[in-house]
Design a protein around this ligand. Structure first.
Ligand code: G1P
Ligand code: ZN
Length: 554
């Protein structure tokens, strides 16, 4: 590693500020090409350093999911951190750091926050996407007050400060752990897996899970050539003694092997085929690009993420880290109410928040909830302030090790106790922005007149645009999704994605509840068929999007 004694801080002038650096649900996410525009990354990072509290003399954590641009961005951020008076920058070997592991490191080192380089589940590579997520001192995504201030700063920037000198000429050496100085900045490179694995060992009984895996319980884990490969190899094939090959696609690649690192039935279809069509595996799981999402599969059984949160809530005490019970549980609005039913039964507080992990942060910090989750394959707890893919996988294995039954049995028993929330999300991706907003605004305008109207043989009892008042700080978030609640407890929700990078994505969320005495084993698409037809007619989805079918059905 180079010691840049010849280094000096330079002020680089910008001709004009970039006007497109508004962070969305998960930070600033754009094409890799856009990020390669001269000064583009630097401009956003300058705004971050101007806004984030405690920069001078503080500690910052930086790493990413290994996609194209990861290492180069770490170099830029290190040099800019040095120019802004950050005292210590912690990064990882190869720059590889999952989002949950970053959240843990921020908390463990009492850092002022972190910068995570990822576009999550979006494809990577020169023709893919790149992203910058900013986390705060609690380890979670920066609140809207900070991201709005960062955006404000990007719009008036006249330049940025960066250290130039030897380090710039030679690049940073992230090959192995070590420490060096960049100007007044101490740059520490650590192993990005160690601390995260130690945290998992405190939460779960690894001996019991190892016992399960040593029996007749073959597992397939798909890292999708993204960040969880090294973590999963250490945990499953190392500590838990699963056979080599348990972890598939375990080498992080800059373009994720050309794949789309999103763990759902469409993009993780190889794994889905192994579990849903083949007979060789009893448990399957996958995580996304940056390791915060999870998909859980059993033999012939897909676990809907909303149901997964409910199952973890109902069985939390089986994991040592949660043996004392839960303070409460939260789910995002579009997530099904499966967890609500469990919470009610257990006498736990239950919260409904807008989409995006940052809304859980306040509740976790205030000790009002222990578990939280979203329908979009995100599940987590108060151990960090991000959703955590491998944590959810270990939690499921803990439950299975204790119950000694199949995933399908766990689900059947759960529905037999609590009833089933048939649930599906239909995504219409990359539609023309005008068409998407036209469709959405039309339904929004129609909402007052929809009250009491017939919808799929039911009556519409509430038609609104979801808004949320944070119970901890009173902050109000409006415009969070159009809800049509029906008199029998079923509902349809429409939202426009805040994370897509091409055109607009319309999400249609469908849900209908069947009590424990009802028909619990239908195909969700059939069980929801009348709602699907009714929303298509009302919102004119096919005609307005020009799409016969959704891009992704979950
Ligand atoms: C999507 C998911 C949402 C999640 C976010 C970040 O956002 O739907 O639940 O929090 O990614 O992982 P969306 O594209 O719907 O705005
Ligand atoms: Zn992610």
């Amino acid at each position: 590693m180079t010691n840049s004694s010849a280094a000096g801080v330079r002020q680089i002038a910008l001709d004009h500020p970039f006007d497109d650096q508004k962070p969305g649900t998960s930070g600033l996410r754009k094409s890799s090409r856009q990020f390669e525009t001269p000064h583009y990354l630097e401009s956003f990072i300058e705004a971050v350093f101007q806004v984030l509290p405690g920069v001078v003399g503080g500690t910052l954590v930086v790493g990413g999911d290994g996609r194209y641009g990861n290492a180069g961005a770490i170099g830029v951020i290190a040099r800019m951190a040095a120019a802004h008076g950050v005292a210590k920058l912690i990064t990882t070997t190869g720059g590889i750091l999952s989002t949950p592991a970053a959240s843990h490191l921020i908390r463990q080192h009492q850092a002022i926050g972190g910068i995570i380089l990822s576009a999550s589940h979006n494809p990577g590579g020169p023709d893919g996407d790149f992203g910058v997520k900013v986390n705060g001192a609690n380890g979670g995504p920066a609140p809207e007050s900070i991201t709005d201030a960062i955006y404000g700063a990007t719009k008036t920037l006249s330049g940025y400060r960066i250290l130039e000198g030897e380090a710039e000429a030679h690049g940073l050496n992230l090959a192995s752990p070590g420490s060096c100085n960049l100007g007044t900045l101490q740059l520490e490179v650590i192993d990005g897996v160690d601390d995260y694995v130690a945290l998992m060992q405190r939460l779960f009984d690894f001996d019991q899970i190892a016992g399960l895996l040593k029996g007749n319980f073959p597992v397939a884990f798909d890292a999708m050539h993204a960040v969880t490969g090294p973590y999963a190899a250490r945990i499953f094939e190392g500590l838990l003694g699963a056979p080599a090959g348990t972890v598939r696609n375990g080498k992080p690649l800059e373009d994720f092997g050309g794949g789309h690192p999103d763990p759902n039935l469409t993009y993780a279809h190889d794994l889905a085929d192994l579990l849903l069509k083949g007979d060789n595996y009893r448990f399957g799981a996958a995580c996304d690009g940056d390791g915060d999402r999870n998909m859980i599969l059993g033999h012939n059984c897909f676990v809907n993420p909303s149901d997964s949160l409910a199952v973890l809530t109902a069985n939390a005490k089986l994991a040592p880290g949660y043996a004392a019970g839960l303070a409460g549980v939260a789910r995002s609005m579009p997530t099904s109410a499966a967890a609500d039913v469990v919470a009610k039964e257990l006498g736990l507080p239950c919260f409904e928040t807008p989409t995006g992990w940052k809304f859980f942060g306040n509740l976790l910090d205030a000790g009002q909830i222990t578990l939280c989750g979203e329908e979009s394959f995100g599940t987590g707890s108060d151990h960090i302030r991000e959703k955590d893919g491998l944590w959810a996988v270990l939690f499921w294995l803990q439950i299975l090790a204790q119950k000694q039954c199949s995933v399908a049995d766990v689900m059947a028993n759960h529905w037999g106790s609590f009833g089933r929330h048939y649930y599906s999300r239909h995504d219409y991706e990359a539609i023309a922005s005008d068409a998407a907003h036209g469709l959405y605004d039309r339904i929004k305008a129609m909402q007052p007149a929809l009250l009491g109207q017939n919808f799929a043989g039911r009556s519409i009892s509430t038609a609104d645009d979801f808004s949320y008042t944070d119970p901890v700080d009173g902050a109000v978030s409006t415009g969070q999704g159009l809800r049509l609640l029906l008199n029998d407890g079923s509902r349809v929700v429409l939202r426009l994605s805040g994370t897509g990078t091409q055109g607009a994505t319309l999400r249609v969320y469908l849900e209908s509840y069947v009590p424990a005495t009802g028909n619990l084993h239908q195909d969700p698409q059939l069980a929801l068929g009348d709602l699907i037809t009714a929303i298509d007619q009302l919102a004119e989805i096919k005609t307005r999007t020009g799409m016969e079918h959704p891009t992704v059905i979950t």
